[in-house]
Design a protein around this ligand. Structure first.
Ligand SMILES: [Zn+2]
Length: 204
């Protein structure tokens, strides 16, 4: 049963194994190749909620406020992430508009909402309806969130545009940078094994 919560495949050697409960500060290693399979963390659920909420707030700010202001000869234009997507769409680049929207707005937003749907009820000892399936799907969506790549593209464009126009960074640029940090921290510190254990113990 590879999908059962406690059965995991070693990412290095594919050995299927049933993980024991890992105490805070402890690690579970693969008996065949010694790869670290799980780390026990304190307050796994509370930490996930705090980081996911912070990421969500920064993501909303990054989409509501101006991202950049371009000034040329006294005239200026403010851009936001949603308006950039709309502009790409209007310029007959629907594929690019969809990719930018999916990787910078939709994927992080859906992932964060899925994580909160799973972990917020766990804080109260409850399991949301379909939470194991949602938690598993969230892991599969992770490669689609490419906010760091988007940021790299923005920085390259800034350097190239700097000679042509005055560029004023907006609040959304700061919010987006902070969102990348908190989003990375959310999933880098996520104690998946601990959350699977809490899911198994919780009442629906
Ligand atoms: Zn292994």
């Amino acid at each position: 049963m590879p999908n059962a919560p406690h059965v995991t495949a070693c990412p290095d050697c594919d050995l299927l194994q049933r993980l024991p409960s890992v105490p805070p500060g402890g690690t579970a290693r693969c008996p065949r190749c010694d790869c670290v399979l799980a780390r026990g963390t304190r307050h796994a659920v509370e930490r996930a909620i705090a980081l996911a909420l912070a990421s969500l707030i920064f993501l909303v700010c990054a989409n509501l406020f101006p991202f950049l202001r371009l000034e040329v000869s006294g005239r200026f234009v403010d851009t936001t992430i949603p308006s950039s997507v709309a502009t790409l769409w209007q310029q007959d680049l629907p594929g690019l508009a969809a990719i930018v929207c999916a990787t910078t707005i939709a994927a992080p937003l859906v992932q964060l909402l899925m994580l909160l749907y799973v972990v917020v009820p766990l804080e109260f000892g409850r399991r949301a309806h379909g939470a194991p399936a949602v938690f598993r799907l969230m892991g599969r969506l992770r490669p689609w969130s490419m906010t760091e790549v988007f940021m790299l593209g923005v920085l390259v464009s800034l350097v190239k545009l700097a000679d042509m126009a005055d560029i004023v960074p907006g609040i959304a640029l700061v919010a987006f940078s902070l969102m990348i940090l908190t989003l990375t921290a959310t999933f880098a510190t996520l104690d998946e094994h601990g959350i699977w254990e809490r899911l198994a113990e919780a009442r629906e």
